[in-house]
Design a protein around this ligand. Sequence first.
Ligand code: CUA
Length: 314
Amino acid sequence: MENLGGLFNPSSPEMEAMAGLTYYTIALCLVILGIIVIAVAYIIIRYRKKPGDDGEPYQNFGNIKLEIVWTVIPIAMVAVLFLLTCSTMKEVDPPAGDRDPDLVIIGHQWWWEIRYPSSGVSTSNEIHIPAGEKMLVRLESIDVIHDFWVPELGRKIDLVPGHPNYIWLVAGKPGVYLGACAEFCGDQHANMRIRVVAEPEAEFKKWLDGQLAIPRTPTGGIAGEGANLFQTMACMNCHTIRGTAAAARVGPDLTHLADRDTIGAGVLTNTPENLAKWLANPQRYKQGAFMPNMKLSDSEVKSIVAYLEALDEQ
Ligand code: CUA
């Protein structure tokens, strides 16, 4: 029951506006339902067949006044809902191209690339934002249509290849807000999870600085072996680790992988044990993902885990 979803637990001004509109619409529908139920009940009782009745009751056709009343009232209600919807849309949707985005989210099969253009920070699947601040997000896709949805924070929005969309991302108070891809996008659509980590300003700054740090490449020991393996095997054809020659953007940036809570866009909790399991055979946990089974030996797995963990210990 922790996560009741957006309507019951709106956590941003945008989601509050949307929840308010939903409640208002439901309330209006309930009023209409009430009037109809009462009218039907009244008519059933008032005009039931009584002893001595014969033939049809009096039929009343073409009552202009009545026609006008039941045309005008629904039109007025629809007009009110239309205006409320417009004002909610204005609150929820940012004017596009207004200013540079604070965040760029790029959908991949099946993970999220998160970029902070002003600082150059790049991470994946976990979006850190300063609580209470309105972040303008540009959403893009590298392959197929995905859909970004964090129910407590706002609306869904598609990530369309070749057509960037914009959304506000705001969390009223610090916390972790969960979301997922909401548009079927292939085998692992279900494992395309989002974590929005909203932090007080100072903590967010600290996180950002941590992400900007370029780690030293370990040279000796098991972590050093892992670094060598990473540079000589196919890892670097897909991934980036800043401070090394690995600069590919096919898979997630691994510079600060150890800092993240999950592996594989939410399939595993990020612990050294799980990272080892993942490296040994990613297909076991995320079948169809583009990270292949590299057929690493146990000692190779251990070295690479030691390397990736060491990057965040400096
Ligand atoms: Cu991406 Cu469904």
